[in-house]
Design a protein around this ligand. Structure first.
Ligand SMILES: O=P(O)(O)OC[C@@]1(O)O[C@H](CO)[C@@H](O)[C@@H]1O
Length: 364
């Protein structure tokens, strides 16, 4: 089989791999601030704030106008469509505020789940139609990476081979379209933590899912050096009675990744999946200390685990801006340290940072 129809030019490949490497350089990770309107509504409800466009804008303004030193810990921010075109109170586009800090701007590209008939409530993700045009427009608007989240769940007959294959193929098709338009695709196959399964079962399923994803990416001629993976950590199900240490989670996670993710992938940025802020940091730290070969950067792309304390500190009040920014900065710095295996837990974490952020059947 000759390679007669190259998918990308060498210039395109260079641009993609440089973007991917910038995002995860020196322990940096990603702030996933891409909650859709509905998901943000759930977050705001917890702090008794109304889900209006202005309230969503105000919270994000506080995060994005944090001190420039945030660029030592955060390499990329994923936005939702609405946020990409919002401005701060001085009239400056959020995306320009982020870029001036040297942070790469990303966008959520998937458009929600659709049921796979004949399965045990499994789904695929929509959004491929018109995706190329959307990517081209976003690139013109200053976006350099995309995100697509596929959801797999563990249950009786789940994940089925249909759900694994279908979601792997959709992720690969999305990744190929992103790269054609100059966007680094974040590939997110999330095995959600609902259920009472043990750590070993989650590892088994995660390996099957990741193996299928990398086969599909190869089939679709995706340039791995210009991608980032956003997987779940391997953890026991939320309702499992047996508890595991961060070191056990780390060993199961790195083993699964080592068996399935090619070394050409520059970075693996975990989602937090409903872990408390502190657990997400401790597990990431243990992953980076795990004594197995780790040819990729192992970092974070947290939504809940980077914003829970900040949301609680804000409470919808402009007067709490400083405390909100301090809470956000604290988590960002802690995760940057964890991404280098240098986090030291001081034991002085606030209540918000140790609270579980799990939501059953987390969809958006
Ligand atoms: O699991 P977390 O770290 O909270 O969020 C991971 C994530 O993929 O899921 C969210 C909902 O789709 C997104 O906002 C975010 O990018």
């Amino acid at each position: 089989m000759a390679h007669r129809f190259p998918a990308l030019t060498s210039e395109q490949k260079k641009e993609l791999s440089e973007i991917a490497q910038r995002i995860v350089a020196h322990g940096k990770g990603i702030l996933a601030a891409d909650e859709s309107v509905g998901t943000m509504g759930n977050r705001l409800q917890r702090i008794k704030v109304e889900n209006t466009e202005e309230n969503r804008r105000q919270f994000r303004e506080i995060l994005f106008t944090v001190d420039t030193s945030i660029n030592q810990s955060i390499g990329g921010v994923i936005l939702f469509h609405e946020t990409l075109y919002q401005k701060d109170s001085q009239g400056k586009l959020f995306r320009n505020i982020l870029k001036e800090k040297g942070i790469v701007v990303g966008i959520k590209l998937d458009q929600g789940g659709a049921p796979l008939a004949g399965t045990n409530k499994e789904t695929t993700i929509q959004g491929l139609d018109g995706l190329s045009e959307r990517c081209a427009q976003y690139k013109r608007d200053g976006v350099d990476f995309g995100k697509w989240r596929a959801v797999l769940r563990i249950d009786s007959q789940c994940p089925s081979s249909l759900a694994i294959q279908e979601n792997a193929n959709a992720l690969a098709r999305y990744a190929s379209i992103c790269q054609q338009n100059g966007l680094v695709p974040i590939v997110e196959p999330e095995v959600i933590p609902d259920g009472d399964h043990d750590l070993e079962h989650c590892q088994y399923v995660t390996e099957k899912v990741l193996a299928a994803v990398y086969k599909a990416l190869n089939d679709h001629h995706v340039y791995l050096e210009g991608t980032l993976l956003k997987p779940n950590m391997v953890t026991a199900g939320h309702a499992c009675t047996k508890k595991y240490t961060p070191e056990q989670v780390a060993m199961a996670t790195v083993t699964a990744l080592h068996r399935t993710v090619p070394a050409a992938v520059p970075g693996i940025c975990f989602l937090s999946g409903g872990m408390s802020e502190e657990d997400a940091t401790l597990n990431l730290n243990a992953i980076n200390l795990c004594p197995l070969p780790k040819p990729w950067k192992l970092s974070f792309s947290y939504g809940r685990a980077l914003q829970a304390s900040a949301l609680a500190a804000w409470g919808g009040k402009a007067a709490n801006k400083k405390a909100t920014q301090e809470a956000f900065m604290k988590r960002a710095v802690a995760n940057c340290q964890a991404a280098q295996g240098q986090y030291v837990h001081t034991g002085s974490s606030g209540t918000a940072s140790t609270q579980s952020l799990f939501t059953a059947c987390y969809t958006y």
